[in-house]
Design a protein around this ligand. Structure first.
Ligand code: UDX
Length: 438
């Protein structure tokens, strides 16, 4: 059992804290956001994440997990995880390091010799080296490790308890052995289950995270570029993805063409990576990521154009139902959500847009108060000239075309995620259009 601190209780930190407590450790979660801390402390997740509520409740009931705004609670703990956000800086590509720096500065007065600070936030390469200097100045006996986190929203609990791999970016010898021993204790459960472990230096560990996210973004934009070509030729990108995906070297995962990637990670991570490479004089190496980003954003424009085409050239005064507001299913996260972006564009261009989502309406309403909202797909589709599925929730995949047809004004379906069965919808009398499919 390790006594540990988790600083930053967002999607990453809160799930990490609860899963660590569930694994037998003694954990205190620290966040500067008092309402968030109070919500977590009373067992109410401040965000939607499947399975999290149960893990949180069990961990609190075990007495091994508590939350506070007071950094002094870190005193006496041996391992301190830094899980705060590194959002995109306003008007720039680079990451905003304010929260990481503030977390480390607030933590240092409470460190003791032998403590291990573990960075989990996604940061520009070189950050760990810089933070190690700050730590050394404050508490020469403390150590730093970089341990990137690869969890996906929607699967956060599962990914935390049973990760694909563990990466330890360790300090130089001789501190590396002590840091590794502490991390091995923290991750005793996944390690004993055979989770692969890669130990590296700081810079490599930092780069693993942004390289992985860049590769995933590239895979999605690759298939979306193929979708553009398919649209120009009348070919079907879904069949194309199936066929190339059978090649084990390529693989079918992350080849779903559609509206492209959003969320709090992929878009800002590739931009921050380009910005950092520029600072390091390696911008040419990542020039392709600019194209990955623009292919991705072009899909949103294409979606709006397609809506206009379906509405005979103008969406002005048309009523459009948008099914989905979250950036992906099984999440209430609307950060850089392609669905909400498209909904906003449609409304700006004169349509009346009614948005629904099984979990993200509250967040969407706060971020985009100018749109209209409904609780269910049937309500959103009431009198709609056009229905668009922009986030592929199971609820929407299982919609009954006949039932939906009974409330709409026009039977036009635009599938922004290639998630519906075109044969079924067309058989029910709908016009069905999708990105990258004839
Ligand atoms: C991502 C990484 O997957 C995860 O490892 C990292 O820790 C954080 O960033 P996440 O942001 O939760 O996780 O979402 P992810 O499942 O990667 O999806 C990102 C976006 O890509 C979503 O908008 C999704 O809809 C889109 N996507 C994904 C596609 O458009 N097509 C695909 O085939 C897969």
């Amino acid at each position: 059992m390790t006594r540990m601190t988790v600083i930053g209780c967002g999607y990453l930190g809160a799930v990490h804290a609860a899963c660590m407590a569930q694994s037998g450790h003694d954990v205190v979660g620290i966040d500067v956001d008092r309402p968030k801390v109070e919500s977590l402390a009373s067992g109410r997740p401040p965000f939607f994440e499947p399975g999290f509520e149960t893990v949180l409740a069990d961990a609190i009931a075990s007495g091994r997990l508590r939350f506070t705004t007071d950094f002094a609670a870190a005193h006496g703990n041996q391992v301190h995880f830094v899980c705060v956000g590194t959002p995109q800086r306003a008007g720039e590509n680079a990451a905003d390091m304010t929260y990481v720096d503030a977390a480390v500065n607030a933590l240092t007065p409470h460190l003791s010799p032998g403590d291990l600070v573990v960075g989990k936030s996604t940061v520009p390469v070189g950050t760990a080296g810089r933070l190690a200097g700050i730590l050394r100045a404050a508490e020469p006996g403390a150590m730093l490790a970089w341990n990137p986190e690869f969890l996906r929203e929607g699967f956060a609990v599962q990914d935390t308890l049973a990760p694909d791999r563990l990466v330890y970016g360790l300090p130089a010898a001789p501190a590396d052995a002590a840091a590794k021993a502490l991390l091995d204790e923290v991750y005793a459960l996944p390690l004993s289950a055979g989770t692969p472990l890669v130990t590296t230096d700081y810079a490599t560990a930092e780069l693993v995270k942004v390289a992985a996210n860049s590769f995933l973004a590239t895979k999605i934009s690759f298939i979306n570029a193929m979708a553009e070509v398919c649209e120009a030729t009348g070919a079907d990108v879904s069949q194309l993805a199936d066929a190339i995906g059978y090649d084990a070297r390529i693989g079918r995962r992350f080849l779903n063409a559609g509206l492209g990637f959003g969320g709090g990670c992929l878009p800002k991570d590739i931009r921050a990576f380009m910005a950092r490479a520029g600072e390091l004089g390696a911008d040419q190496a990542l020039a392709f990521l600019r194209e990955i980003d623009s292919i991705n954003l072009r899909r949103r424009v294409r979606m709006v154009d397609l809506a206009r085409e379906v509405c005979n050239g103008s969406i002005v005064g048309r009523r459009i139902a948008v099914l989905g507001a979250a950036f992906k299913p099984n999440s209430d996260d609307i950060r850089d959500s392609p669905a909400l972006d498209v909904a906003t564009q449609l409304q700006l261009q004169g349509a009346t847009v009614v948005v629904t989502d099984p979990e993200a309406v509250t967040n969407a309403r706060r971020a985009s108060p100018g749109l209209h909202y409904a609780d269910t797909a049937m309500e959103a589709a009431q009198d709609a000239d056009l229905v668009m599925v922009l986030t592929e929730w199971d609820d929407y995949r299982s919609l009954d075309p006949d039932e939906l047809a009974s409330v709409v004004a026009g039977k036009h379906m635009l599938d922004g995620r290639n998630t519906l069965d075109p044969v079924r919808w067309r058989a029910a009398g709908w016009t069905y259009r999708a990105l990258g499919r004839p």
